[in-house]
Design a protein around this ligand. Structure first.
Ligand code: 4NP
Length: 204
């Protein structure tokens, strides 16, 4: 089903979701951020600050944000965390209800999360930007300004045995696909926490 999104045009899907136009260069990198309050601590230079990026910022990257917030809190680590999308279709929206249900099942309330689009400032504001899939990574590499200081990489590259793999897009799937997403982002969250604990943060 995901291929539908990439064929071009806008179509109404069987389950009522409006597919956005085919992927292309994200149109904007707005500097105004209506969800600015979500980054609860802006590090002065090199305190770790992690941004998770997917396409819509309503499924995978909010789940990655939630999983990492939970894992970091359980480990007693203080880290700035946020998520964003390369596309603008869902800006201002809360996470997909299926993502929120997955969070709730893990004891996490994601109802205050709001989708936002990646912006230029993210490349210096965050120390590490993790793309959920290879397309997101390619978009980020293209958008990256020359002034960027953040490490930009693929999320599953930090999970032993999953290097080079993408977190599958559950948007056109069912609850079971969101459960798979949760497992994948949780593994990555645990790997990130382990790296932070031993000060072995991935090199830029
Ligand atoms: P996400 O999932 O990138 O994980 O948030 C998607 C959200 C929306 C769409 C596709 C994937 N969409 O086609 O609107």
């Amino acid at each position: 089903m995901a291929a539908n999104r990439r064929k071009g045009g806008t179509s109404r899907l069987a389950h009522g979701r409006e597919a956005p136009p085919a992927r292309g260069p994200p149109p904007l990198l707005p500097e105004d951020d209506s969800a600015a309050g979500r980054v609860y601590s802006i590090p002065v230079m090199q305190n770790p600050a992690v941004l998770f990026v997917c396409l819509g910022n309503i499924c995978r990257s909010p789940l990655a944000e939630a999983a990492f917030r939970q894992a970091a809190a359980q480990a007693g680590l203080s880290v700035a965390v946020d998520s964003a999308g390369t596309g603008a279709w869902h800006v201002g929206n809360p996470p997909d209800p299926r993502a929120r249900a997955q969070g709730k099942a893990q004891g996490i309330d994601m109802s205050a999360y709001r989708s936002r689009q990646v912006k230029r400032g993210d490349f210096t504001r965050f120390t590490h930007i993790f793309a959920l899939d290879a397309n997101n990574l390619a978009d980020l590499e293209r958008l990256r300004p020359s002034s960027a200081t953040a490490h930009v990489g693929l999320l599953l590259d930090i999970v032993p045995g999953r290097e080079g793999q993408s977190v599958a897009d559950p948007y056109y799937g069912g609850p079971e696909d969101f459960a798979v997403t949760w497992r994948e982002v949780s593994e990555a969250a645990e790997a990130l926490v382990a790296m932070l604990k031993v000060s072995n943060w991935p090199a830029r």
